[in-house]
Write a protein that binds this ligand. Structure first.
Ligand code: ADP
Ligand code: MG
Length: 393
C-alpha cells in the first residue's frame, strides 16, 4: 500500500473530525453506521455525508452497505490519524521514503521540523496472520475491540515500551521517540539488516556480540522470539542494533526454553552458512559446563541467572499492562500456527462480519476531548520533503 501523504494537505478540520468519529465508532462496530458517525462528529454546519464521500475518495474509509449503510477505517485512514497526531505534537513534520516492509509493518523515513530523521513503524498486526484471526472467531467474538486497530495499537505500545526499557538497560536498540495508535517513532538505524550483509571484517566478534545479546536479554528476564538476520542491523563499523520487539516474551513463559533455543539456533545457523563459522553442535550432553577451549558453545538457558521481575517492574510503569501482554501474546501465539502468506488477502475481505452492539458507553465528554486533540490546526503541517510520490508498492 502506498502512503500518499500528499492527500494530507487537502484534508480539512472537518475531514479529520469525521475520520476520528469513524475511529471512535469502531470501538464497538466493525462497520460504523453513517448516522452514528454523523452524531459523533456533530459538525457545526452539518455536511457529514459530503465529508464521508471525500474521505472515501481518498481511500481513508471503506464503505460497506451489505447489511446497513456504514463505514470503517482503512489502514491508510488509521495511518493518517496517527501521523496527524504526531505532527500536531511536533514530533514529525514530513514523511519520506519507505525503508522496509516487515512481516507485520511498514517502515518509513520521517523527519522532524529541525531536520532530524527518524524511522516510523506502522504496525499491521492481523495483516499476515489474519487467517489465524478468522479461525479464532469464537475467542474474538467475546471481545468486540479485538480487531486490527486494537491489535496493531497493542503491538506498537508493546514495541515502544520494550524498546524504551531495553535502551535504558544498555541494549543496542533504536531510541524510542514517541508512539501513537499503531505507530512508533524511533531513531533511524544507520546500517543494513544482517541478511543483506555478505561480508564482515570480524564475523567471530559480531557473532559473539549477537549471542551475548541473547544471553543478556535472558539475564534481564526476556527472550526476543524473532531473533534472526532480518531483525539485526549492522553498520559499517560492524556495530549491532537489534530491532522488532512486539513478540518478546518473559523467561517465565512456559515455552521459554524453546524460544530461547530457537533464537540461538537462528544465529548459529546463519553464521555457519553465511560466514563459514564452525561451532560445537547443540547436543543434550553439551550444556556449556565442561568447555575447555575458547570455542563458542551453545548458551545454556537453564544456567543463565535471570533477574526476576524485569518485565513487571519496568514495563508496567510504561503503560503496557499485564492484560495488554496477555492479549497480544495470545494473538501472536495463535498466529505462529499460521505462517502461510495472507498477503493476497485484501483489506476488504477483512471485515465480512459486522457486529452490532450498543453505544451507550460513548461518553460525549471523551468524544470532545479526543476530537480537540486532533483538531488544533485547519491544515496538517506534514510537508512532503522527500520522495513519497515516486514510491512503488
Ligand atoms: P516487522 O515487525 O514487520 O518485521 P521490523 O521492525 O523488523 O518490522 O522492520 C522491517 C524492516 O524495516 C527492517 O528489516 C529494517 O530494514 C527496517 N527498519 C526497521 N526499523 C528501522 C530503524 N529504526 N532504522 C532503519 N531501518 C529500520
Ligand atoms: Mg522484522
Amino acid at each position: 500500500m502506498k502512503l500518499d501523504v500528499e492527500i494530507l494537505r487537502y484534508l480539512s478540520k472537518d475531514d479529520f473530525r469525521v475520520l476520528t468519529a469513524v475511529e471512535m465508532g469502531m470501538r464497538n462496530h466493525e462497520i460504523v453506521p453513517a448516522e452514528l458517525i454523523d452524531r459523533i462528529a456533530s459538525l457545526k454546519h452539518g455536511g457529514t455525508y459530503k465529508v464521508l464521500k471525500n474521505l472515501l475518495k481518498h481511500k481513508l474509509l471503506h464503505h460497506d452497505s451489505s447489511k446497513y449503510d456504514g463505514f470503517r477505517l482503512t489502514y491508510l485512514g488509521y495511518d493518517f490519524l496517527a501521523i496527524k497526531t504526531l505532527a500536531n505534537r511536533g514530533v514529525i513534520a514530513s514523511v519520506g521514503r519507505k525503508l522496509g516492509t516487515g512481516k507485520e509493518s511498514d517502515i518509513y523515513e520521517v523527519a522532524a521540523e529541525d531536520g532530524t530523521v527518524f524511522a516510523m513503524k506502522l504496525h499491521r498486526l492481523g495483516r499476515v496472520s489474519f487467517r489465524a484471526v478468522k479461525s479464532k472467531r469464537d475467542y474474538l467474538r467475546h471481545r468486540s475491540s479485538f480487531n486490527w486497530l486494537y491489535l496493531s495499537r497493542l503491538a506498537a505500545l508493546k514495541e515502544f515500551a520494550f524498546m524504551k526499557a531495553l535502551e535504558e538497560n544498555g541494549f543496542p536498540v533504536p531510541k524510542a521517540v514517541d508512539c501513537n495508535r499503531h505507530c512508533v517513532i524511533m531513531s533511524l538505524v544507520q546500517g543494513y539488516p544482517l541478511v543483506q550483509v555478505k561480508e564482515l571484517q570480524n564475523p567471530e566478534t559480531v557473532f559473539e556480540t549477537i549471542l551475548g545479546i541473547i544471553v543478556r536479554f535472558a539475564e534481564h528476564g526476556l527472550i526476543h522470539c524473532d531473533f534472526n538476520e532480518f531483525n539485526i542491523m549492522i553498520d559499517d563499523e560492524e556495530n549491532v542494533t537489534v530491532i522488532d520487539f512486539p513478540q518478546m516474551v518473559s523467561v517465565s513463559h512456559r515455552n521459554a526454553q524453546m524460544y530461547f533455543d530457537r533464537d540461538a539456533e537462528c544465529i548459529f545457523k546463519f553464521f555457519r552458512k553465511r560466514f563459514n563459522l564452525s561451532f560445537q553442535e547443540n547436543t543434550d550432553d553439551n550444556d556449556g559446563s565442561d568447555v575447555d577451549t575458547d570455542e563458542v558453545v551453545w548458551p545454556s538457558f537453564s544456567s543463565i541467572s535471570k533477574t526476576a521481575g524485569f518485565l513487571d517492574k519496568e514495563l508496567a510503569a510504561s503503560g503496557f499492562t499485564r492484560k495488554d501482554q496477555e492479549d497480544i501474546d495470545k494473538f501472536i501465539e495463535e498466529g505462529v500456527e499460521d505462517t502461510g502468506s495472507d498477503r493476497e488477502e485484501t483489506e476488504d475481505e477483512q471485515f465480512t462480519e459486522s457486529r452490532e452492539s450498543n453505544i451507550k458507553g460513548l461518553n460525549s465528554l471523551r468524544v470532545e476531548e479526543q476530537l480537540s486533540s486532533i483538531a488544533s490546526s485547519e491544515r496538517l503541517v506534514v510537508d512532503i520533503a522527500l520522495s513519497v510520490g515516486t514510491e512503488k508498492q
